[in-house]
Ligand binder design. Structure first.
Ligand code: GLN
Length: 540
């Protein structure tokens, strides 16, 4: 264990219930600390057994966020990147499964010779090594423990952070606990009891929080702060209100008003600066006072889970911020669309987005939406699977290749989307994904190049199937434009079509690199196109 470092660590835990927004809280703290001139990083520790969330359904776990080095990670890493300048990598998210896997591999290699391998110290040491590894590289690292205090699964992680903070000098580490102060309507009262219990639970395992972030629906009165402080041993100045707010980009300002940044800096013995939150103020002002609204249909498969398309949803909001527009996005179930009259369902929208996805279910519904957008000149953005389907739709309905399909869905005589030869030889599906950053060269006269104002971009990928180059020439002759190509692998990265104001489908995921103050150019342009379409509708 390499403890001879003096970088600071903030441990973030959650209590009472899940989904209180630990990720956004951590990301917002980072935004404030960066304004104080500090280099900030993150580590998300997830107590579940999967090696990573790559194999988990977005329906259950929400979106899988992809880092530039190709890690499939928890969606909180998306919040971290959207709120801060930190760039996440494979080192910034570990699951219990990954930690155990590493320990078991070492055990087989004889690393622990002679010893009984146990949760304490072997698992807890492995966790601490990984925390230190990330913490060494930044002034401050926020280590967020997934789940809720009291869960069986999170115990090794909590024990590891307790040990680490004990080993390091005072003021090098602090504990922030995010908790809930529920409003009980029948009593017209905010209740602190669940928070008292949750802090007790933490203290039972030897962790005394330094700061409490109290999620509430209402303002947190001074008397209640005093009561919470008295029962939890947390000083009243660090009983901080985290009141529900909209948009989420208001959280950094809300925390600053509560002087959370100053309390953290004081606790960690770090210098304070006078900071301006102008950037965040502007974002929030634009969100609250838009010039107009655009209605966007997201035709997808995972429409019941709020977080399944998290980055996408945020990227649309960012595009709206750039053009002073409020985004009203609606999820349309691709499955249900298969049975519906597409015009009835989609006519009221100003643009259509077909996101990424896996498997055949809902693909016909998505293609119906794409055809509707293509024929009616409604702006369309296809992402990843959305690009595959845009090409298949074109082949089927413009070229008349009714059998055109992807080998992901079925055996076909027209495999216009297919695995590459080398992939077909591999047995382990996990190894066949194209993950992380790849280059795309953009065609000079394309809409895409004019949007990005460059002829070369890097973008994140997460997919297995590719456009089959054997069909390239015939599709181009029929009016499909290949406007982005990866030069190293000769793979199609983007397509457009002729005689349409805005129809772009890309193999990569532009949503993962969009920030509120630096929107993805593609999303910003898509939102603008939706607004222009809305205006043409008004003139009709
Ligand atoms: N299922 C497709 C593939 O694996 C697309 C993946 C995605 O949309 N992320 O290639």
């Amino acid at each position: 264990m390499k403890e001879n470092f003096n970088n600071k660590i903030i441990f973030v835990t959650g209590g009472v219930v899940s989904s209180l927004g630990k990720g956004i809280a951590s990301a917002s703290i980072a935004a404030l600390l960066e304004l104080h001139g500090l280099k900030v990083s993150f580590l998300k520790l997830d107590p579940y057994i999967n090696i990573d969330p790559g194999t988990m359904s977005p329906q259950q776990h929400g979106e899988v966020f992809v880092t530039e080095d190709g890690a499939e990670t928890d969606l909180d890493l998306g919040h971290y990147e959207r709120f801060s300048d930190a760039v996440m990598s494979k080192k910034n998210n570990y699951t219990a499964g990954k930690i155990y896997h590493a320990v078991l591999e070492k055990e087989r290699q004889g690393f622990y010779l002679g010893n009984t391998v146990q949760v304490i110290p072997h698992i807890t040491n492995e966790i601490q090594d990984r925390i230190v590894d990330v913490a060494k590289e930044s002034d401050v690292t926020l280590v967020e423990i997934g789940g809720t205090v009291g869960d069986i699964e999170s115990l090794p992680f909590l024990e590891a952070i307790r040990q680490l903070s004990h080993k390091l000098p005072q003021k090098q580490t602090i504990f922030i606990h995010l908790t809930l102060i529920p409003w009980i309507p029948t009593a017209s009262e905010l209740k602190s009891k669940p928070t008292q219990h949750s802090v007790n639970k933490l203290r039972e395992i030897g962790i005394q929080p330094d700061i409490l972030l109290c999620r509430t629906q209402k303002t947190l009165p001074q008397e209640l702060r005093a009561k919470i402080s008295q029962f939890t041993n947390v000083p009243i100045e660090t009983v901080i209100a985290a009141q529900d707010t909209d948009p989420i980009y208001n959280v950094p300002m809300q925390f600053q008003k509560e002087q959370l940044d100053l309390q953290i800096l004081r606790a960690l013995d770090l210098p304070q600066k006078t900071i301006s939150l102008h950037r965040w103020q502007q974002i929030v002002d634009t969100c609250k006072n838009p010039n107009d609204t655009v209605k966007i249909a997201i035709v997808g498969k995972y429409t019941e889970t709020k977080d399944a398309y998290k980055s996408l949803q945020e990227a649309l909001i960012h595009g709206g911020i750039q053009h002073n527009l409020k985004i009203e996005s609606h999820y349309i179930s691709a499955n249900e669309l298969e049975e519906q009259d597409v015009a009835t369902t989609l006519s009221s929208f100003h643009s259509i987005l077909v996101p990424g996805g896996f498997g055949k279910r809902g693909t016909n519904g998505k293609m119906k939406a794409i055809q509707f957008a293509r024929e009616n000149k409604i702006p369309l953005l296809g992402i990843c699977l959305g690009m595959h389907l845009a090409i298949i739709e074109y082949a089927r309905n413009v070229l008349g290749w009714k059998e055109a399909s992807s080998t992901e869905f079925q055996k076909t005589n027209y495999p216009i989307i297919d695995l590459m030869e080398e992939q077909k030889k591999q047995k382990d599906l996990g190894g066949t994904m194209r993950l992380g950053n790849y280059k795309a060269i953009l065609a000079k006269d394309s809409l895409l190049a004019s949007i990005y104002q460059t002829d070369q971009i890097q973008a994140r990928h997460r997919h297995r199937y590719e456009f089959n180059n054997l069909y390239k020439n015939e599709l181009i002759q029929a009016g499909l434009k290949i406007t982005g190509v990866n030069p190293d692998l000769n793979l199609v990265e983007a397509i457009e079509i002729q005689n349409h104001p805005w129809f772009i489908a890309v193999q990569y995921h532009p949503e993962f690199t969009s920030k509120p103050y630096q929107p993805s150019p593609l999303f910003a342009s898509f939102v603008k196109a939706a607004y222009e379409y809305k205006q043409t509708l008004a003139k009709k």
